[in-house]
Unconditional design. Structure first.
Length: 557
């Protein structure tokens, strides 16, 4: 049996109608299996697995069959099998669509090194470039606007690229020297870069540490961090004025990078972008939008303005292993400045064996050849040199889902989160829980309206696919989950929330994580392609049952 036969054994055959029915059945079978697994591993299986992990290199090698048997029998029971399933809500990590999984397997089998653009030897770089173009199309972004593109090891790597590009831009503006290269010359003395953010992801601080800006120059201007309720644009303008004024007084030169969230990981909020681009232009600030899991929201009518704001960005981060639901190591990066990206990522000297072949005059006469000759070698747009064919799973999933498929996936995830929020706010869950990220307005400044007729009324709801909640301070909530009424007991409040998280996760039927909120909170992040898919409400009812059972079945201390 060849590679094609092995993989196509998963897929249906026959007419397209028969194929659709058979494909649905097989996908449903996958969903049912993953729903039956404990979401996280049981403690006894983890202990047994750790004991059976080899503690040293065996003297004699094992057969492939023996290795696979060892992994399946000894290792896999200790893994969080349900992490790829529909009720793992701890992180916005999505899952892996079946088509994407097959693309990932093929990427491993063919083992392409997508490093140097070699159009006469392999089309792997062409497939990657087309895949990035299709992502731009999905996001309704002009292909010619974002000429700098890369697939990375994840959203963190993409944020590093964005901050690196912003660093050189900010230094050039501070020095009033468009030719200065930090990548070549290092950070100049007497120049400071301020990174002004709205509820940034932790990877932004990691990026500033790596590229030499420094974590202490990251300033979170979010209302929650400052105890303010003014619009972000007002807080941003005040900060820009203050830091610009300080630089004039001290004689220090200052450059700016502005980082906003599409969407924020604790609440699903999108930064209010009204006026932000104007300020970035006024103060020559680089605008980076971290849209790791919020980019595809643009497919939903109430978030149709997201694409317009993304067009304002100088650089954008997205992540395939979130709402795109492709396997890990599928970060996405775009920048308006292809020259800035290559100036930083390409070495000043290129070894002969890493050089792409030169284009010829004949290439200019052939549209395909001309297009191929315009593709940069990925090592000049990426942190990595040698890298796997990470485009293939993303390419596979986009072909499989299409625009409508991704619209439906996003709608399903958002609706699922809003149904949980409604249960906590207006349903039976309101006797135990309070939802902390209810909003009146959608990103267009209009009332949030229903996206489905499945019982959702027009009410205050969560902005995207994240539910931030905590236990109420009422008598029918177990004492161990209640918060204190004293401001001095914040630490105890966090411990109460951690106890509730521990008990929810101990059911092994769903998994949640802590959220950032004064006194502690819990986060349900919905981003898996299976959640709520053809389950007749099974996933939603399971969530409600678990959240009810920990309240009604908990033992008083």
């Amino acid at each position: 049996m060849d590679i094609l036969q092995i993989l196509t054994s998963f897929f249906p055959s026959g007419s397209s109608e028969q194929a659709a029915v058979k494909d649905d059945k097989k996908v449903q079978a996958i969903c049912d299996i993953l729903r039956s697994y404990p979401v996280t591993a049981r403690s006894e299986n983890m202990k047994s697995g750790i004991d059976q992990v080899y503690k040293g290199v065996p003297e004699e090698g094992m057969s492939t069959e023996e290795v696979v048997a060892h992994i399946i029998n000894s290792i896999s029971p200790g893994l969080a099998a349900g992490q790829s399933g529909p009720r793992y809500f701890g992180f916005v990590t999505g899952g892996a669509l079946p088509a994407a999984q097959c693309g990932d397997i093929l990427a491993t089998i063919y083992d392409q090194n997508v490093q140097v653009h070699l159009p006469n030897e392999s089309i792997s770089t062409a497939v990657e470039w087309r895949t990035l173009e299709m992502v731009l199309d999905l996001l309704d972004l002009p292909r010619d606007l974002f000429g700098g593109r890369s697939l990375t090891g994840g959203a963190t790597a993409s944020n590093i690229l964005g901050i690196a590009c912003g660093r050189d831009y900010a230094v050039q503006r501070a020095l009033n020297d468009a030719t200065y290269s930090v990548a070549d010359n290092g950070m100049p003395s007497g120049v400071r870069i301020r990174v002004l953010t709205d509820r940034h992801h932790a990877s932004i601080e990691k990026a500033t540490a790596i590229v030499g800006i420094g974590r202490k120059n990251v300033v979170d201007l979010s209302a929650t961090s400052k105890g303010l309720s003014t619009p972000f644009v007002n807080r941003l303008e005040s900060a820009l004025q203050v830091y610009h004024g300080q630089a004039i007084e001290s004689g220090e030169k200052v450059g700016f990078i502005v980082v906003v969230s599409f969407a924020e990981v604790n609440t699903g909020d999108f930064t209010d972008m009204e006026g932000v681009k104007r300020l970035c232009d006024k103060y020559s600030a680089w605008l980076h939008i971290d849209a790791a899991f919020g980019a595809l929201a643009c497919l939903l009518p109430e978030y149709s303005n997201v694409s317009g704001y993304l067009k304002d960005a100088d650089s954008i981060t997205a992540d395939g292993h979130k709402t795109f639901n492709t396997p890990y190591a599928s970060g996405i990066f775009f920048t308006r400045s292809a020259s800035a990206l290559t100036a930083i990522m390409a070495g000043s000297t290129i070894p002969a064996y890493l050089a792409a072949p030169p284009s010829t005059s004949q290439d200019a006469l052939d549209p395909t050849a001309s297009w191929l000759s315009s593709i940069p070698s990925p090592l000049h747009t990426n942190l990595d040199n040698s890298r796997r064919f990470i485009a293939l799973p993303l390419y596979s999933s986009i072909l499989h889902m299409g625009r409508k498929g991704y619209h439906d996936l996003m709608e399903r995830n958002v609706l699922f989160a809003r149904e949980i929020a409604e249960w906590m706010s207006n349903g039976d869950g309101s006797q135990w829980y309070e939802c902390l990220n209810l909003r009146d307005m959608d990103p267009r400044g209009e009332r949030i309206t229903p996206i489905s007729a499945r019982g959702i009324q027009d009410f205050r709801t969560v902005p995207l696919n994240v539910v931030l909640f905590r236990a109420r301070n009422v008598d029918n909530v177990p004492v161990s989950y209640r918060r204190s009424t004293s401001d001095e007991q914040a630490k105890q409040d966090v411990l109460a929330t951690i106890m509730l998280i521990k008990d929810i996760n101990a059911t092994k039927r769903m998994f949640v994580s802590p959220g950032a909120y004064p006194g502690g909170a819990i986060r349900i992040a919905v981003s898996n392609w299976m959640t709520g898919l053809n389950d007749s409400g099974t996933d939603l009812e399971c969530v409600k049952e678990v959240l009810q059972e920990v309240m009604t079945g908990a033992t008083e201390p």
